[in-house]
Design a protein around this ligand. Sequence first.
Ligand SMILES: *Cc1c(COP(=O)(O)O)cnc(C)c1O
Length: 430
Amino acid sequence: MKYYSLNHKAQNVSFQEAVIQGLASDRGLYFPETLTPLDSAFFDSIANLSNEEIAFQAIKQFVGDEIPENILKEIINETLCFDFPLVEVEKDIYSLELFHGPTMAFKDVGARFMSRCIGYFNKDKKDYKSTVLVATSGDTGGAVANGFLGVKGVDVIILYPSGKVSDIQERQLTTLGQNIKALEVDGFFDDCQDMVKKAFLDPDLKHKNLTSANSINIARWLPQMFYFFFAYKALKKQNKPLIFSCPSGNFGNICAGIIAKKMGLPIEHFVASTNVNDTVPRFLQNGIYDPKSSKATISNAMDVGNPSNFIRIQEMYQNDLEQFKKDFSSYTFSDEETIAAMKSIYKIAGYISEPHGAIGYLGLKKELNNHQNAIGIFLETAHPIKFLDTVEPALNVQLPIPIQIESVLEVEKVSVKIKIYEDLKAFLIV
Ligand SMILES: *Cc1c(COP(=O)(O)O)cnc(C)c1O
């Protein structure tokens, strides 16, 4: 499979090159040259297939022959080392829980898949090291750190804003050791992001083979399609139209869902549910894409003013807004509405959600008014413990600490403090 840049200037590249580069040389995102629907026989028999078999069939065409089948299967087995339960919270409304992985965020799926692909590509390269550089406002860093821990030929450097991630999130970044290093930046998330961007463009760092591990990287983004298939497998026998609502920030998750639909997965409609960072909901209303700088909310993993994957979605609809609106809606919600939803879900169903999932629920409820006899699924993208400062007071509950989290609470934090880009550069160059 070849990938082209959505800026249409750089050369088309292989899967391996696209994964290793992250972003094309013309700064465009990579997109697969072809999307081939899966056989109807696959969907007919999906209930008899394991998650691993489903994932293999789904991802195969995007990897091509660049990773041997038996190794790709191993990568998938290691990626999917946890469950993806569907919990019915109201009649015909399900929470698809994506948070049972090692860092309790859906980003574990993409991070585990990507790290193992890079590990495979590096296996025979002597004296070659790549450096994964990520800026995080919380969940990405932990998932990437955990996913890449111990992967041969890769150093991971994570930049996070000092004092602005939760205690649990900070520990997930700073306690692993080995090939994972955490840089604590005296500044905001945007400062971290700016330093990372600068490093990618810095000719003095070319020899470091820098790559990114956010959802612009195809190996982090594409495997996110898996769990849409898993939900379909579980709900197929009910024979009703399926509506998915994704709490959206950079729009990587929902974009992976749309790819699954283009591959033939019968999904009736998508909802991108956002917090007050409402660039896409505004676009659907007035047809003008007008990104704004991000605003801080309680669903902070979605505080994105200019969602990087939206361009991939537009590519799939060839910028045809009317066609796009048939498949896709987008709604925005405030922090007050989010808290009210968390309370209501808890009261009605006894179900503990967190701010991101609750926004997914709100968008789903709104859209279900337009569909009769449908089943709605909202993605619950993180475990409530990761947002305990919001969840516990809002619901007046005390959450037990899951084992994945307990293990990082016992370890001493290790980080290096930096202030400016030159500090990062000095750290990278040695
Ligand atoms: C990253 C993240 C999101 C947003 O996902 P996108 O793919 O960027 O739209 C939502 N919820 C949580 C908890 C996240 O960590």
